[in-house]
Design a protein around this ligand. Structure first.
Ligand SMILES: C[S@@+](CC[C@H](N)C(=O)[O-])C[C@H]1O[C@@H](n2cnc3c(N)ncnc32)[C@H](O)[C@@H]1O
Length: 437
């Protein structure tokens, strides 16, 4: 156990969903998987363990129901990405973002605790937050996964416009990355970022094609790597002070014969190593991610407006490019990606385009029916041409099922009962099918 802990009222109780939007603390002794909530399948096809799933309901209820009633999690979760309400004490068009702090912390803790046993050995957990709760969330994650599981805190530039009325114009969110196996082990299975091949050039018409270059030096003093190199312009070159050449003299000679050494400045510069695409190692990700590389909140909104021009915009969508990078780093095709706070369905849409399996959970029925499900229909039927469709070479295909988990406590009201939602899902599927013809 960590010697410093975060505490809050009712931390040792479990925060279950109650009704449509409320929560209720319950002594975990009285509620186990044996009284897991009811899971209703609204799709015509019926549940294989490989199905992609949209689950309408609360994340903790969904995990309990999946574990006790299906084998959907038996292969393990490779990536958990969550973008929960940040607890900004504000309110968005689609959901309220104001919870008592103790309740928010229990909500966060209990859903992570429930997911933890279903993570694979090489999994990672990415938690997207802003400054409202991120420092407390990190302490909670230290407790759940251990301080040694912390990998990185990624700063994402979410916008480029300035708020001139604020004390500081906040333009970033934070994404906490934890790997239960620890960063050293996880590093051996995660993917590097693709090197930007736009920087390749063929400055000497090499028949092997375009190349990039790197200094022919290495840090530190190594005796066998200290020798004179004669440049084509006739100058003697020596390694800079405190450094050595990248390789010993015999290796340098064979690289030179193989036309792998480049002297810039018309032959007067220091030697550099030519690197062809197959020799380029991918890039280790930085912890600061700019919106020019991975999109901004506004880019995500524009994509949704293209998909649903007649709807009010979804307030807090994340750009597909951001999720593409996260999913690329942490998973391979066929792996299972889980998001317990679907919103407009970005994680599922990108996972689908990148051929990962996915499960996504959204509590607000209208958000699922108006954004996530129609968006995922568009991905499946090939009518979503935005986001990372081109990057992922996505055309169309695959399928998903829509389930609903009925909370243990409170009432959903008639408009959101299983029967009512089932009817709405069928209308949606029917409407989509006739729209795509
Ligand atoms: C910040 S948004 C997620 C946005 C999403 N990443 C996207 O790109 O569209 C948070 C979402 O979590 C949903 N939510 C809040 N509490 C939830 C819970 N307990 N279980 C499932 N979903 C929840 C909200 O309704 C909201 O749609």
């Amino acid at each position: 156990m960590n010697d410093v802990q975060i505490s809050w009222p009712n931390k040792d109780l479990t925060l279950y969903a109650s009704g449509l939007t409320d929560y209720q603390w319950v002594d975990p002794k009285h509620h186990t998987l044996s009284n897991a909530p009811e899971l209703v399948n609204h799709s015509s096809s019926c549940g294989s363990s490989n199905s992609n799933l949209v689950i309408i309901g609360d994340g903790l209820d969904a995990i309990d129901a999946l574990v006790s009633k299906t084998d959907a999690l038996t292969g393990g979760i490779r990536l958990l990405y969550i973008d929960p309400p940040f607890n900004t004490q504000g309110s968005f068009r689609q959901y309220s973002d104001s919870m008592k702090r103790s309740m928010w912390l229990s909500m966060f803790q209990d859903r992570l605790l429930a997911i933890k046993p279903h993570l694979t050995q090489d999994s990672s957990v990415w938690v997207h937050l802003d400054d409202s709760e991120v420092h407390r969330a990190r302490m909670v994650m230290d407790e759940i996964f251990g301080e040694g599981a912390f990998v990185a805190s990624v700063t994402w530039q979410k916008k480029t416009t300035r708020d001139s009325r604020a004390a500081f114009s906040t333009n970033h969110d934070t994404i906490l990355v934890y790997a239960p196996s620890g960063p050293k082990k996880w590093k051996t299975s995660r993917n590097l970022l693709a090197k930007d091949e736009a920087n390749l050039q063929n400055r000497d018409n090499d028949p092997r094609g375009p190349w990039t270059d790197a200094p022919f030096t290495a840090p530190g003093f190594r005796k066998a790597q200290q020798y004179d190199i004669l440049s084509p312009s006739g100058e003697i070159k020596r390694p800079p002070r405190g450094r050595s050449w990248y390789a010993t003299e015999p290796t340098f000679q064979s690289l030179l014969e193989d036309d792998r050494i480049w002297f810039p400045k018309n032959g007067a510069g220091s030697p550099r190593l030519k690197l062809f695409p197959h020799q380029l190692r991918g890039l280790v990700p930085f912890t600061v991610w700019g919106s020019a590389d991975v999109g901004s909140n506004d880019d995500a909104k524009r994509h949704l407006l293209d998909l649903f021009p007649e709807r009010e915009v979804f307030d807090t969508p994340k750009p597909e490019e951001l999720l593409e990078r996260i999913i690329h780093i942490s998973t391979n095709p066929g792996d299972l990606v889980v998001d317990l706070f679907a919103g407009s369905g970005t994680t599922a849409a990108v996972s689908h385009k990148m051929r990962r399996r996915w499960i996504t959970v959204e509590r607000i029925v209208d958000t699922a029916l108006e954004f996530a499900i129609p968006r995922l229909n568009a991905v499946v039927n090939g009518s979503d041409h935005g986001g990372v469709t081109k990057q992922a070479s996505w055309k169309a295909g695959g399928y998903f099922e829509v389930l609903q988990v009925i909370p243990r406590f409170g009432s959903l009201g008639r408009g959101n009962s299983a029967a009512a939602v089932s009817q709405k899902v069928k209308e949606l599927t029917h409407h989509e099918a006739s729209a795509t013809g």
